[in-house]
Design a protein around this ligand. Structure first.
Ligand code: GDP
Ligand code: MN
Length: 396
């Protein structure tokens, strides 16, 4: 589950991570009130207005703007709220902005130039340990930094039993070229950030940029926070922060039905039991000249009700030109799945796309007979290749 920037920042703050302060607003009027309140709390009269959508690169898309007085706050907030923000990370239609964060301007002039860094915390799957990834090249796309100047990206691996050690926090500050107050601030920042990551059961923190202000404070200007869905039951207060408007509506519906569904761009819908077989099926579809329209794992209990629910979800995608059902009957018997497919098909009545069913495992022969004798427009296959050939045939 992803959080909005403002939610992520509140989470960081609760763990003692210094942040650029701000207040979220749903209208231009609320934005002005927020700016007034921030001015009374922070003394600054300049504010940044930041679109709150689940996508990065907002600055490049015109979703982050500086306002130098209350009139500008009202005008800019009015422009951004309700717009479809297009960024390098959204689709061409963009994402609708429902709210903005009014934040204090933290790039004020002073003794030194403000400086931006990059910092993320994530799991290194090859070592099985969390790591802090950081760079002097803040505010930039980290993929570009990795490609063009990989020597400017540093990592610090954390021993899960020890947590982040003081020498490690100092090494981070040192590699970022800091000294004096900023050095101490950075060690506090990274230590608190790591604690926040572990204790909130996050799977990704990305703070880009981390800012050194002109008076040597270190703070989070942006926050991208992804929480581990499987741990949300331990964090009821965080689970409540979910914003369904930001998620794919078909995926939300599938999730509520207990189906493991990921929407993709292709034209062949697939219904499979087990994630590994689902991946193999997607490969099969590609080899047959199609493109998978989705990943869908119906799980171990592929009864009629589940098959029907899965059909409905797949058919919500107008790009689907064929459906491939590939189910291995290990625990569940193939004839029961076949009956489920037939029942679901009859119940739904008006399925207009061709369906290819490959059932393999217990009672596969009985299942094939059931499908072949059902009188429905469903093609059966027993071998993987046979299924691929049939997909190819209906697509051409
Ligand atoms: P992103 O584009 O979605 O990653 O959004 P960010 O929160 O990273 O903001 C984009 C850019 O806006 C940052 O890299 C900063 O350069 C700029 N920015 C953010 N906060 C301030 C601020 O308080 N003052 C000024 N002048 N610029 C800011
Ligand atoms: Mn950013």
């Amino acid at each position: 589950m992803n959080l909005h920037e403002y939610q992520g920042k509140e989470l960081l703050k609760s763990f003692g991570v210094r942040i650029q302060r701000g207040i979220v607003a749903k209208s231009a009027k609320e934005a002005v009130d927020a700016a007034k309140q921030l001015t009374s709390e922070t003394g600054t009269s300049w504010h940044v207005i930041k679109a709150q959508v689940h996508a990065g690169g907002r600055g490049k898309g015109g979703g982050v703007k500086l306002a130098k007085n209350l009139n500008e706050v009202e005008e800019i907030a009015g422009q951004i709220i309700g717009m479809n923000l297009v960024t390098p990370q959204t689709s061409a239609e963009g994402k609708k902005v429902h709210q903005v964060l009014i934040a204090e301007d933290v790039y004020y002039p002073g003794d030194s130039e403000p400086d931006e860094y990059y910092m993320s915390v994530l799991l290194n799957r090859s070592t099985g340990r969390n790591m802090i990834m950081y760079s002097t090249e803040g505010g930039m796309d980290i993929e570009t930094v990795a490609e063009e100047t990989p020597h400017l990206i540093f990592t610090e691996e954390i021993d899960p039993a020890l947590g982040i050690m003081p020498f490690q926090a100092r090494r981070v500050a040192f590699n970022l070229g800091l000294s004096g107050t900023a050095f101490k601030e950075m060690t506090k920042f990274v230590t608190a950030l790591y604690k926040a990551y572990v204790e909130s059961d996050a799977s990704l923190f990305e703070i880009n940029p981390v800012l050194k202000t002109s008076d040597s404070k270190i703070l989070a200007v942006d926050s991208k926070v992804t929480l581990d869905d499987n741990a949300l039951f331990r964090h009821r207060n965080l689970a409540e922060l979910r914003d369904l408007r930001e998620e794919n509506p078909i995926e939300v519906e599938a999730g509520a039905l207990g189906l493991n569904y990921v929407d993709l761009d292709g034209n062949v819908g697939c219904m499979v039991n087990g994630a590994g077989l689902a991946m193999a099926t997607m490969d099969l579809i590609k080899q047959a000249g199609g493109e998978p329209a989705n990943f869908l794992d119906v799980g171990g209990t592929a009864d009629a009700a589940r098959v029907e629910a899965a059909f409905k979800i797949i058919l919500k995608d107008p790009a689907v030109k064929a459906i491939l059902i590939n189910i291995f009957g290990g625990i569940v018997r193939c004839d029961r799945v076949a009956q489920g497919v037939i029942d679901a098909y009859k119940n739904m009545g008006n399925i207009e796309v061709p369906i290819i069913v490959r059932l393999q495992g217990t009672n596969a022969d009985i299942a094939k007979e059931l499908i072949d004798n059902s009188g429905l427009d469903v093609m059966s296959a027993t071998e993987f290749q046979e299924a691929a050939d049939k997909v190819q045939k209906v697509l051409s």
